[in-house]
Design a protein around this ligand. Sequence first.
Ligand SMILES: [Zn+2]
Length: 202
Amino acid sequence: MGSMSESPLDRVWKEYGREFASLDDLTLARWMAQSLGQLQGRVWRMSHPLIGLYRLLGQMGHDRGVWLKRLAAMPAQYSEAACCRAPLLPLFTRDILESGLICQHCGETAVAFEDLPDEVKSSAKAWAEEYAPIHEVAHWEESQRKRCANYDDEFEQAARGIERLLARASKELMPLFMESYPTMVWEDHDECLEVRPEDIEL
Ligand SMILES: [Zn+2]
């Protein structure tokens, strides 16, 4: 999926990751368990530094199979993710219909859209269907671009629309998900429309 592809920022995070490479498995497991406890009960922006750090170390833990070694107890509120058996820390993205909720440990689908609680499915679907055509403006072909009076204006307008939709995801959709999951992370950017976390006001 597009939003998970490697960006220059991802490469910087990999560089940070090398600084933690010497952590032993037990220390890493305890750190993750403790951090999950601290993250619990809240909705987080994907760009939040704590989430960035958790994802970095969480992926390292996944690569080393730390959760499978049962070195630290999983905080009780978290269930086990079906994808990789790490605690379920779901990321909500604009690809919710196709990719479901994404695991912060292995990067795969942790909960498919069909398996989401019924209460959130219809709201998430309506949101995603509103999002898709606006996002699509970034991917218009030359011929489509020429059909509007000023494509730059069209692009700007689409970006503003996406900022509002992402804010709505945080304020309206996330509370619905929080009824089923102890912690939620939402993708607070849209790189195709150049929407950055700081553009989204909550
Ligand atoms: Zn996983």
